[in-house]
Design a protein around this ligand. Sequence first.
Ligand code: FAD
Length: 503
Amino acid sequence: EAAPYVPALVVGTGYGAAVTALRLGAAGIRTTMIEMGQLWNTAGKDGKVFCSTLNPDRRSMWFQRRTKAPLDTFLWLDVVNRDLGTPYAGILDRIDFPNMGVYVGRGVGGGSLVNGGMAPTPQRAYFEKMLPQVDADAMYKRYFPLARRMLGVNAIDPRYLEQTPVYKYARVSRRHAHQAGFRTSVVPNVYDFNYLRREEKKQVPRSALAGEVIYGNNHGKQSLDKTYLADALGTGNVTIRTLTRVTTIRKQGKGYLVGLEQIDAWGKVIRRSEISCSSLFLGAGSIGTTELLLRARETGTLPDLPAAIGNGWGTNGNVMTARANHLWDPTGTLQSTIPTLAIDNWNDPKHPSFAEIAPLPVGLETWASLYLAITVNPERGRFTYNHHTDRADLHWSAGQSTPSLRSAQFLFDKINKAIGTTYRRDLFTGNRAFAADFCYHPLGGALLGKATDNYGRVRNHPGLYVTDSSLIPGSLGVNPFVTITALAERNIAHVLASDLKRR
Ligand code: FAD
C-alpha cells in the first residue's frame, strides 16, 4: 500500500516551521505539519490549560517522573522540584547530554509555548559577523520588521515600568548595574503588556503574575499558536498532526518518504506509518533537526548528506546566576514572569555580555536578583549519531563553558563590588554561583552556508530544507527567536520564488 502523499511536509511547529507553513499555505501549497508534542488547548481539572511554575503537575515536563527546573534548590533545600507521577507528554523537555542540559518546548508552537517572550533584534554588526553571507540590508529593512510584526512584538510603557511593583525586581537590578557603570536596555516582548496591566488590577485572570512561564502561559502571551500557526491554518492549506514524531527520512523518486510514530499522551506507540512528499522542511529545532539528518546519513537512508551536519553547535553563551541583595533592597513579592530589562555590556571588547534581568516569582521576598546572561563563547559542540540509542550525542566538555562563565563573572563581580553584595549559592546544586551547564538557546547543527546553501537548502538534496535554529552558528548575542523567524521568512521567500513557483 502506497504511503499517502502531500506536496509539502514540515517537521515541527516552532518558529522556523510555523513561518514556513504559513508561507507555503498562503502560496496555495498543501502542507502537513508533524509535531511530536500535544496541541495545548484543553483545560485540566483545575480549569487551566497550563500549570504554573509554583505548582507543577504532569503537564509540566515531557516524560519525566520529576520536574527538572533550571534552579534546582532554594536556600539549599530540594524544594523546587516536584514528583509528577506517571510520565506524560508535558510541555517542557530537558535533553540531558554529559555536560549540557538543553531546554526545549514540546507542543504546537514549540519553544514559543515555554519561553519568556523576549524579542530583541541582534546588533547588526554582530549579526553580520555570525552570518556574513546573509544580506543584512534585506534582513534589517524587511525581514526583521516583518518578523516583529507577525510575532506581535510590543514594548512596555515606560511610565508603567517605572511605577509598577511587579517590575521592582527589574528596577533594583537596573540601579545596581548603573551604579557599577553598566548600561541597561528595555527589551521588547510578545507578552501583551496591556494584558499585564489589567492582570495587576485584577481585571482579567492572572498569568505572568501567577508564576506562569516555562510550563506555559494561560493568558497574555502571543505564542505561535495565536500568530503564525493560526494564520497558517487560516489559509485552508495547512494541517497539523500532533503527538507524532518523525523518525526516518529516505529518498523516494524526486521527493522524500518520511517515517512517523504516533503516541498517546502517556507515550504508548499507537501507530507507525509513512508519508511521502515533494518538499520536506525540517523545523524540529537545533537538536531535533540535526538528529534527523545525522540519523539519515549514518543509517544510510540519505548517505550523501553533507559531512558538515552535526557541527557548529553552541549555547548562545548562556549562563544563569543570582546575587544576594541587602535587606534594605527587596525585589518584591509579586513579580512578573516576563522579563523586560537587560544589562547591555555587549560592546565590551573583552567580556561582552547581554544579561536578561530575570524574575524569581516565588510569591515571597527572596532578596535575590536573578539573571540569564548571553555571552560570547567561541567554543562549538558537535553531534554524532549513536547507533545503540538511535539518538544524537552532543560532544560538549565542561571546559567549553569557561568563556561564558568568565564574561558573566566579569560583569557580576563588578556589580557586587559596587553594591557590596555577594552571589547566591543556594540556587544551583553544589554551592555554585553560576550555572553554564544548561541552556535555553541551542543554536546550530546544520549551519547555513555549510550543511545547507545560503537559503537552507540541504546540499545535494533537492527538495530538502532546514528552516530553524540549527542554521545559526552557535551565537547571536541576544535571545534568538526573532532572528530565527526573520531568517525563516527570508529563506522561504527565496525558495518559494525559485523552487516552488510552478507546482
Ligand atoms: P523549536 O521552537 O524548538 O520547535 C521545534 C519543534 O519541533 C518542537 O515543537 C518539537 O516538539 C518539534 N519536534 C522536534 N523533533 C521532532 C520530530 N522528530 N518529529 C516531530 N516534531 C519534532 N528565545 C527568545 O528569543 N526569547 C526568550 O525569551 C526565550 N526564552 C526561552 C525560555 C525557555 C525556558 C526556553 C526553553 C527557550 C527560550 N528561548 C527564548 C529560546 C527559543 O524558544 C528557541 O530559540 C526557539 O523556540 C527555537 O525555535 P526553532 O524553530 O528552532 O524550534
